[in-house]
Design a protein around this ligand. Sequence first.
Ligand code: GLV
Length: 320
Amino acid sequence: MSDPSPDLTIAFAHKAYQLRDEFLTRGRKFESFEVRTLDELERRVGDADILVVSGLWRNELVNRAPRLRLIQSISAGTDQFAKAMLRERGIKLASAQGGNEIAVAEHAIALMLALTRHLHLARDHQSGRHWRPMIGDPSRREDELHGKTLLVIGLGRIGQRLARLADAFGMTVIGMKRTPQPVPGVARIVSPAQLLDTLPQADFVALTCPLTPETEGLIGEAALAALHPGAYLINVARGRVVDEPALIEALRRGALAGAALDCVYDEPLPASSELWRFPNVLVTPHSAGETRRYESRIVDLLLENIGRLQAGSALRNEIV
Ligand code: GLV
């Protein structure tokens, strides 16, 4: 890869990740700066040729960014970017697909294990110093993933990895995607048109799809009604893939056994949300993708894409 020219300026915009520190360890000689808030980003985005960003992105920022040529997304999902507008302005966009694939798939398995083994309830009991007695009623007892059926909605890198992990736990994995090619660990592929017919067979439904016009509200009233009452919903995709009011209503009437939600409509989840209050709902703060490996993977991708940009070739994970 050729060295980036020293007059390129790279802006790192993230609330928490230490991306610039990692970048500086790679010995590059050109300008870079880091911002932590939207205010700062608004003030300084005009100095950036390359922007590394995820949740701080707002489409209006392009009006303040005349030099911008490349956005390297820090997130795998890129639903926050208006792609047509970027294309029109000649700004390239690459996703971070792959950067959190291991973390998100492991998080989904962790959520499934937690719900099945009642870890969420055990921790609740621990805070009250309560040693819960053994459970006589088998239908209320801890259970096993082994032998259960998992429907994975979205067989991208995360969904495929989750399928392999679930297969190793002895689960039967059904995968939903538009094209029917076989995927390792997936016993059967179904198309989106078969969703409602397939849901009743699922003990777990894991959402690992991007948010698109096709997936928005996919798990709505009809899908929730198709679940059997012992089923769990795992959302490590985007909040809006689920119709949240319909989910709350389904949980209220016991239409499913529970849910683990890493993402919701409004993040942070407002204190007033009913989702906080269900004992059979496990909420994690959009942390499925977090890992100590994040910075190094994003900087690897960024450096590769700067090289590709300069060589005029297609980006890795090119979206626009
Ligand atoms: C996280 O949600 C991501 O899209 O990477």
